[in-house]
Design a protein around this ligand. Structure first.
Ligand code: 5AD
Ligand code: SF4
Length: 446
């Protein structure tokens, strides 16, 4: 039986694709290897959002070629965004070469490709599959097991064309799965013990807009959230990533109406300067962003916000940055992914080579926001000391014996100790919070 190891870089979409490919491989008679050394084939599921992510994956693939020396039949495959972005160029860019390059819309064919490669007597010509998907969008639906918290891919691609972003190139045009297919997947997961569903896509708020009409003022996305919310056994619903553009009254109202919809929103800001937002081609202003935050807070007073910010977009002045910093202080984000701008070939912003911000300046701006984040995150966590939090227990903690990890509705991580031989995985428990750091809450069972 051939063993495959999948190493994943990048976002939750890649994590989800890797899991689906792993489950498909098992169904086709492959085994999963725990690391590259015990594998007959390694698949790197890659990211292209920043240059660094790509160079790491190319370096890793080059290193893997050493394993061929021991075992000449060892196969190396590259999937995910970098496979789509660089395509056949990877055949020469990776020292030692690769056997398989599979784009983002062909991942479901990986078992078939590996079977073909393993069946050959000698390593022959590499297989390349970079085409756009045909027909149904239902391919990524397999799960390895029904985890307490599961991701469901509802939509792929993005039609927004933010000027810095490579995703429209690597993931293609927006394509949504059928509502019935998603509900069937969530129902099956719930029957297997899953309690929490996170609806996943590049721009989930656009879900289904080319497939389904609005019903009253409800967008297809809100219709989907409601349908998943109504599934028996599902206790929590989350989604990521939305676009501020998608927060109409229907979605804001959903947070007031739907108790299982968690009070946690990942709302990518990117910049707090209207001038920069315009250059990024983000169709909202800082004022509109704040309006959404305030409306969500009115709908769900316990809501917490997470964001994405890019510092050092070409031409970002000190004043532009200060507007971002000021907005950060106003919203008091408890979670944030802060990125230094990285030019991506083929995106409109990559042409702005005259206005590049020096790395030291980007680093400094990055640091200022990280310090703010640490402060707001700690303050938010400290406020919870002494309260009781409802936790969905997900897994044993990475460190420590009899320590388990779960999340509260606002997606704050909570660690707690159990008596030996207790297996609370998948349970919803009330925990009294005793201690807090910026990243973690420490609780005890009531
Ligand atoms: N440089 C830096 N950050 C980027 N992101 C997307 N493209 C770039 C880029 N070229 C960030 C955005 C996005 C997140 C997934 O990655 O903040 O929301
Ligand atoms: Fe990229 Fe913008 Fe689409 Fe997000 S909304 S995936 S940042 S183009």
């Amino acid at each position: 039986m051939k063993r495959v190891y999948i190493k994943t870089y990048g976002c939750q979409m890649n994590e989800r694709d890797s899991e689906a490919v792993a489950a498909m491989l098992l169904r086709r008679g492959f085994a999963l290897a725990p690391d590259e050394f015990s594998a007959d084939a390694v698949l790197l599921n890659t990211c292209s959002v920043r240059e660094l992510a790509e160079s790491k994956a190319v370096g890793k693939a080059g290193h893997l070629c050493r394993l061929r020396k021991k075992s000449p039949d060892f196969l190396i495959g590259i999937m995910g965004c970098m496979a789509q972005n660089r395509g056949d160029a990877l055949l020469t860019q990776v020292r030692g070469g690769v056997d398989l390059v599979v784009g983002t819309q062909q991942a479901h064919r990986i078992p078939e490709f590996l079977e073909e490669l393993f069946a050959r007597p000698n390593r022959g010509a590499p297989i390349l599959a970079l085409d756009a998907a045909e027909g149904s969008q239902e391919e990524i639906k397999d799960h390895l097991r029904c985890r307490p918290s599961a991701f469901i891919s509802i939509q792929q691609g993005c039609d927004m064309r933010c000027s810095y972003c490579i995703v429209p190139k690597t993931r293609g045009r927006e394509r949504s799965r059928s509502l019935a297919g998603i509900v069937a997947e969530a129902t099956k997961l719930a029957e297997g013990g899953t309690k929490e569903i996170t609806l996943l896509g590049q721009i989930v708020t656009s879900y289904g807009r080319n497939l389904y009409p609005k019903i009253g003022d409800k967008s297809p996305f809100v219709q989907l959230v409601e349908a998943v919310h109504d599934i028996e056994g599902i206790e929590r619903v989350r989604f990521t990533s939305p676009h501020p553009h998608g927060f109409g009254p229907d979605l804001i109202d959903a947070f007031a109406r739907l108790p299982k919809l968690c009070p946690f929103v990942h709302l990518p800001l990117q910049s707090g300067s209207n001038r920069v937002l315009k250059a990024m081609k983000r169709p909202y202003t800082r004022e509109r962003y704040l309006e959404i935050v305030n409306a969500l807070r009115a709908a769900r007073p316990d809501i917490s916000f997470c964001t994405d910010i890019i510092v050092g977009f070409p031409g970002e002045t000190q004043e532009d940055f200060e507007q971002t910093a000021e907005l950060f202080d106003t919203v008091k984000f408890e979670m944030a992914y802060i990125f230094k701008y990285s030019p991506r070939a083929g995106t409109p912003a990559a042409e702005l080579t005259q206005a590049l911000i020096p790395d030291e300046v980007m680093q400094q701006r990055n640091q200022i926001l990280l310090e703010k984040l640490e402060r707001y995150s700690l303050t938010a966590n400290e406020k919870l000391v002494g309260t009781t939090q409802r936790i969905l227990v997900e897994a044993p903690a990475r460190k420590g014996q009899n320590i388990w990890m779960g999340f509260n509705p606002q997606h704050r991580k909570v660690l707690f100790e159990t008596p030996p031989n207790t297996h609370p995985e998948g349970q919803l428990l009330n925990l009294k919070i005793e201690r807090a750091s910026a990243a973690t809450l420490f609780g005890v069972m009531e």
